[in-house]
Design a protein around this ligand. Structure first.
Ligand code: NAD
Length: 392
C-alpha cells in the first residue's frame, strides 16, 4: 500500500515502516558519531522501549555501549489493511540494525503494568541475559490496571488547587485560543499518581530483585519533566507533576530496599520535546513550538537522542553529573535557565492567532510530529508501495 499520514487531533493513526526505520537509523548514526563512549551498561532492560525517550535510551545502550537490550512496550502489529504503530516499526527496525551488528535485542510486547509481563520479562532475563545492570523506566500511559486490586485508573491532565486560563494551540484547527482548565479533585489527583507515579517502577524493581536478576551496582532511572513557571500550572504543579513527585519517593524506596546490592536509583529530568505523549498535553504544542524557535536560535536545540546521549555520558556513566536537591539528574537546564525562559515568556506574551506561524517554530514542531510516525523524512519516497506487514 501507499501510506500517507492520517492525522486526527494530536495523534497520527498510522505509521510508515520505511520512515520509522530511517528515523531509528538516524538516531543510531548520531550515537555512533560520538565514538567510544567508554565503560557503560552491559545488560539493559528498557521499560517503554519503542518510541521517544525509551527508544533513544535503548539505542544509546546498544550502539553506544554495545549492551544487550531487552525492551518492553505496548504496540499494535500491522495487518494486511492497517499499518502497525510507529513503535512496532521502530522496534522491528531496531532489532534488524542490532542483529546486523551481532547485538542481542529482544522485545516483549504487552502491558508492562501487569505482573504477567513482568514475569515473562524476568524469565527472559534469566534465560538470555543473566542479570541486568541498567533498568530504564520510560512509560507514558493514560491508564494503568493495578495488578493487586484489578482496578483500572485513568490519569487526568488538570491543574491542582484552582482553575487556570492560558493560551493553547489547537493543532487540528490551526487556532491559538484561550483555554480554561478546571482543577482536579482529590480522586483525580490520586488516580493520576496511580498511573504515572512511582508505584509501578518500584514494583518492577521489587520483582527483579526477588528473582535475583539485579546485578550488584545496578542503576535505574525514571524520566520526568519539571519545566518552569510557564508550564508549572499545567504540568509541574498539576496532576501529572504530583504523579512525577511520587517518582522521587519511589527512587528513595528502591535505594533503601537494595542497599546490599548498591543499587543506584535516580529520577532524570529531561527537556520538553515532541513525542506521542507530549503532543497529547494541552499547552505543550504551543510551548514546544516556541522553545524550538528560541533554542534553535541559541544553538541549544536537542531531540530525544541528544538528551539521552547527554544523560548517559555525563550522568549515568560519566562523572560530570549534576544532581539536584532531590537527587535527580538534570538534563533540562538548556530549556529551563532564566535567560532562555525569559525569551520564551516574551514570545508567549506576544503570540496570537495572527503571528503564531511567524514567531514560533510550528513548522519544526509539525515536522518532528510527523517524523514520530515515519513521515516527512528526507530520502523516503512516500509515493512508493510498501508492505505494512513487517515483523520482529
Ligand atoms: P512515548 O509516548 O514516546 O513513549 C512511551 C512508551 O511507553 C512507548 O514505548 C510505549 O509503547 C510504552 N507504553 C505505554 N503504555 C505501556 C504499557 N501499558 N505497557 C508497556 N509499554 C507501554 O513517551 P515519551 O515522551 O518518550 O515519555 C517517556 C517518559 O519520559 C515519560 O515518563 C515522560 O513523562 C518522560 N518525559 C517526556 C518528556 C517529553 O517532552 N516528551 C519530557 C521529559 C520527560
Amino acid at each position: 500500500m501507499v501510506i500517507k499520514p492520517k492525522v486526527r487531533g494530536f495523534i497520527c493513526t498510522n505509521a510508515h515502516p520505511v520512515g520509522c526505520a530511517k528515523s531509528v537509523e538516524q538516531q543510531i548514526e548520531y550515537i555512533k558519531s560520538k565514538g567510544d563512549l567508554g565503560d557503560g551498561p552491559k545488560n539493559v532492560l528498557v521499560i517503554g522501549s519503542s518510541t521517544g525517550y525509551g527508544l533513544a535510551s535503548r539505542i544509546t545502550s546498544a550502539f553506544g555501549y554495545g549492551a544487550k537490550t531487552l525492551g518492553v512496550c505496548f504496540e499494535k502489529a500491522p495487518t494486511e489493511r492497517k499499518t502497525g504503530t510507529a513503535g512496532w516499526y521502530n522496534t522491528a527496525a531496531f532489532h534488524q540494525f542490532a542483529k546486523a551488528e551481532g547485538l542481542y535485542a529482544d522485545t516483549i510486547n504487552g502491558d508492562a503494568f501487569s505482573d504477567e509481563i513482568k514475569a515473562e520479562t524476568i524469565a527472559k532475563i534469566k534465560a538470555e541475559m543473566g542479570k541486568v545492570d541498567l533498568v530504564i523506566y520510560s512509560l507514558a500511559s493514560p491508564r494503568r490496571t493495578d495488578p493487586e486490586s484489578g482496578i483500572t485508573y485513568k490519569s487526568t491532565l488538570k491543574p491542582v488547587g484552582e482553575s487556570y486560563t492560558t493560551k493553547t494551540y489547537d493543532t487540528d484547527k490551526d487556532k491559538v485560543h484561550d483555554v480554561t482548565l478546571e482543577p482536579a479533585n482529590d480522586e483525580e489527583i490520586l488516580n493520576t499518581i496511580k498511573v504515572m507515579g512511582g508505584e509501578d517502577w518500584e514494583r518492577w524493581m521489587d520483582q527483579l530483585r526477588a528473582a535475583d536478576v539485579l546485578a550488584e551496582g545496578c542503576k535505574t532511572t525514571a524520566y520526568t519533566y519539571i519545566g518552569k513557571a510557564l508550564t508549572w500550572p499545567i504540568y509541574g504543579q498539576a496532576t501529572i507533576g504530583k504523579a512525577k513527585e511520587d517518582l522521587d519517593r519511589a527512587a528513595a524506596a528502591i535505594i533503601g530496599k537494595n542497599t546490599d546490592l548498591l543499587v543506584e536509583a535516580n529520577v532524570s529530568s529531561l527537556k520538553a520535546l515532541v513525542t506521542q505523549a507530549s503532543s497529547a498535553i494541552p499547552v505543550m504544542p504551543l510551548y514546544i513550538s516556541l522553545i524550538y524557535k528560541v533554542m534553535k536560535e541559541e544553538g541549544t536545540h536537542e531531540g530525544c537522542i541528544e538528551q539521552i546521549y547527554g544523560l548517559f555520558s555525563s550522568c549515568l556513566f560519566g562523572n560530570t553529573a549534576t544532581l539536584d536537591e532531590k537527587n535527580r539528574y538534570r538534563m533540562d537546564d538548556k530549556e529551563t535557565n532564566d535567560a532562555t525562559q525569559a525569551k520564551i515568556q516574551k514570545l508567549w506574551d506576544q503570540v496570537t492567532q495572527e503571528n503564531f506561524h511567524e514567531i514560533s517554530d510550528y513548522k519544526g514542531y509539525h515536522h518532528e510530529f510527523l517524523k514520530l510516525f515515519g513521515f516527512d523524512i528526507e530520502g523516503v519516497d512516500y509515493e512508493q508501495e510498501v508492505d505494512p506487514l513487517v515483523n520482529w
